[in-house]
Write a protein that binds this ligand. Structure first.
Ligand SMILES: *Cc1c(COP(=O)(O)O)cnc(C)c1O
Length: 386
């Protein structure tokens, strides 16, 4: 086993070797600009981009026309939220979202509040799920957008996005769902979900960093979304800028591989996760966070009583690459906003491990992790009483 063992696949994933191989020619001999379509170097690049668009469309049940490429999910989320609110005919506007969304959603809403837009941040229950009645009650005359993530990046909890999208559709509200953690990990169809906008990220699904996409339903009229990056008019004038051809090719390949392996890998990781939870929870004074049934197969969020958060993480990180929450929040010493929204005391939220299992993890690694976590917790608890 190579240490530290990587258990943070929700923060990022390694590029699959086949993905890297697919990308390589597009850096060197096939370096053409995908917009320079009057000679082969350019049109080959353009064809490669269109192949990737198809590969992604197949993965999420969309049409290739409904996908535009961006620099990542954060940019796609910014385009979606800012683009919808900016397109409103009258000033103002209201957004309904959850307290447990990713910072890319929360901080974009906050930024818009400085420009007269209001946001309702709905609470969640202890299990991390939103109450549909509360969501309906939050809708106003001026509500333009509902943003509810499919799978939470810290707990893996799956929101009832299909039901929320139905409510949105009945009220004529645009529905955005951040599906970054779910795409490529579970069967998913934008048609079945009934959503209008969905950001994607390559590096969360064994593709390269710095590439993402926004699914834009063909139902959504073009006048409902204003571009946030102007320039040469790339990507239907919704996102200008020379396309990252190698990255996009890698993203497409990653989508193809994800679809191919999804079922086997999902079952394998769910079994590893169950073993991990059985092992760790036998320790006592440890609790699983989030709804146990409605969640991704490879995520487990566990809090430990009687250990101090920072010391715990430092000790754990000697052998395990893992974090207590999202990659963005763990740099700060603040407790996870997701866990506090689920009612956890900040002390307990700080002494939490988010396991993000992935392709590289084996049963032997999980066995090691169980023992290492147990030993570390017991040692720290003992030290506290001495
Ligand atoms: C990682 C992540 C993002 C941001 O994606 P980037 O491509 O890194 O910008 C957004 N939402 C969720 C749920 C994520 O996990």
């Amino acid at each position: 086993m190579k240490f530290p063992l990587y258990f943070d696949h929700n923060a990022t994933t390694p590029c699959e070797p086949d993905v890297v191989e697919a990308m390589l020619p597009w850096f060197t001999e096939r370096f053409g600009n995908a917009s320079s379509v009057h000679y082969p170097l350019g049109w080959l690049a353009e064809e490669a981009v269109e192949t990737a668009r198809e590969q992604l469309a197949v993965l999420i049940g969309a049409s290739p026309k409904e996908i535009i490429f961006t620099s990542g999910a954060t940019e796609a989320i910014n385009l979606a939220i800012r683009g919808v609110l900016e397109a409103l005919e009258t000033r103002g506007g209201h957004i309904v979202t959850l307290a447990t969304e990713h910072k890319a959603v929360l901080d974009t809403c906050k930024a818009l509040e400085r420009r007269g837009i209001s946001t309702t941040y709905l609470p969640v229950g202890k299990d991390g799920l939103v109450d549909l009645g509360a969501l309906e009650n939050a809708i106003r005359e001026t509500t333009a957008l509902i943003a509810v993530m499919l799978a939470n990046n810290e707990t893996g909890v799956l929101q009832p996005v299909d039901e929320i999208a139905q409510i949105a559709q009945q009220r004529g509200i645009i529905m955005l769902s951040d599906a970054v953690q779910a795409v490529g990990k579970m069967p998913l169809s934008v048609q079945k979900l009934g959503i209008d906008l969905m950001p994607l990220s390559a590096h969360k699904m064994y593709g390269p960093k710095g590439v993402g996409a926004l699914y834009i339903s063909s139902r959504l009229s073009k006048s409902k979304l204003v571009t946030q990056v102007t320039g040469g008019g790339h990507e239907k004038a919704l996102r200008s800028g020379t396309l990252n051809v190698p990255g996009i090719v890698g993203f497409g390949k990653a989508a193809e591989i994800a679809l191919d392996r999804m079922s086997d890998e999902g079952h394998r990781l769910a079994a590893l996760r169950d073993a991990l939870e059985d092992g760790i929870l036998s320790l006592g004074g440890a609790q699983l966070n989030g709804n146990k049934e409605r969640r991704l197969p490879h995520v487990s969020n566990i809090s430990f009583e009687g250990v101090e958060g920072k010391a715990f993480l430092i000790a754990i990180n000697k052998e395990l690459a893992i974090s207590s929450g999202s990659a963005c929040s763990s740099i700060t010493t603040r407790p996870s906003h997701v866990l506090t929204a689920m009612g956890l005391e900040s002390q307990l939220a700080r002494s939490t491990l988010r396991f993000g299992l992935g392709r590289s993890n084996t049963a032997a690694q999980v066995d090691f992790a169980i023992q290492y976590v147990k030993d570390t917790v017991e040692k720290l608890r003992k030290e506290r009483w001495e």
